[in-house]
Design a protein. Sequence first.
Lengths: 275, 244
Amino acid sequence: MIQVQAVQPEKTTESSVVFSVRDLNVYYGEFRAVRDASFDINENEITAFIGPSGCGKTTVLRCLNRMNDFIETARVEGKIEYHGVDLYDPQVNSNEVRRRIGMVFQKPNPFPKSIFDNVAYGAKLSGRFSKSEIDEVVENALRQAALWDEVKDRLKASALGLSGGQQQRLCIARCIAVKPDVILMDEPCSALDPIATARIEDLMQEIKKDFSIIIVTHNMQQAARVSDRTAFFTTEINPESDRRTGVLVEVDSTRKIFSMPSDERTELYVTGRFG
Amino acid sequence: MDEIRKNYHKHLDEIRQELVRISARVTESIPKATNVLLDQDLNAAEAMIVADDEIDARSVEVEDNCIRVLALQAPVAGDLRQIVAALKISAELERTADLVVNICKAARRIYGHELDPKLRGLVLKMSEQARALMSEATSAYLDLDAARAAAIDDMDSFLDDLQRQFIQAIFESHAAARIDLQVAIQMAVVARFYERIGDHAVNVGEKVRYVVTGWLPEHTGAARHHERVSKDPTPIGLPKADEA
């Protein structure tokens, strides 16, 4: 077995911290799905969460915009600070959390409405824009999502007529329209072909100057291509219950994770020696 | 957990094993070339020169296999380091084999000239030290033994010393009119070939350390360059802003 030692710590970027997560434990009823995860997420960076099925990467992602609130049995312990504010403080408005911290899902899920209405929906609902401003919000969001040129002549057409890749970019535009600070992406390309995937990956690079992005991906090459930092999660089997709990193994610059990871478990996973 | 991607990892192992075989072959050829030189055996010299083509062909094949793995398997982490190291080690071995050929070719050039016993003794010592260095590099690579690889650099200084002694001995031989100027120059070049073989062995050792630990050698030239650029970013050779 190859012994891997850390040679020198990779330079940390000077970006400021968006999320500071400490000793995060997530339970579904009695079952502990994630154990003792601690990490920081930097501003204007793309962070990838990778790891085998059941390692808790999606569970952790969903904690970051309180999507787990919708699951009755879910319980979150530990501290998640968003720009220094305790995200789970009872004073915090969870709707405002989800406006600032948007989410894009695995399958494109446009509303059965027009392209325009899909993007305008959240902006209208927020009540932050006048009617005349909405047109501009929609155009800007579609431009930022690199979809404007393809749809500008058919804004009133149904969003369901778009291709899968276009629908996913529409969902990104819809997310961008409400002016979030963070975009969470849960396997955003797993239902797309390679060309549509490459478009989304390019788009992520374009928009990261305006947003902080966290992406859960099963595709390690995608994590290597798009992200600045990578967090590797794995599973631990509880010998008593025979159930699997997710643990965070390491977070580091993506370059380091894919050339010289510090933890042997990461090495074994990224080189495909176990999975 | 079950291992997956077994064929790919087997392929990686095969690349290293083939390089180890080439390395062992090159290592064995060093004392043979020295015998060719000292015995002035021109037939054996010719055979060794021809045999080098096989080493060339095998290293090209190894490189081709490395490129295939890079293109098709997207190696990362330890696997990536293995492939990067294999590409570089292949070049080091191919070059070492060329130096061995150069020693054989020198046998033709000094044909008919006797070397005095002191020079012969030093050639044998340089040859043995160069062989020992390549042998250590081969074993370190076979076992992926970083500690053993790191020791090769120290062993190399002994070979450098021998080369200096040899040059001094040539001067003395020439001063005593025991050696022609032409032969003296040929032999000085031969000493340089042994010394270069040692350097290639050190390089192989460095690549082994890179595979195992991710270590890259700290080149003093690179350190000097970074220090210079941090003080004055004007490229060397261009006039400074206030001189222009």
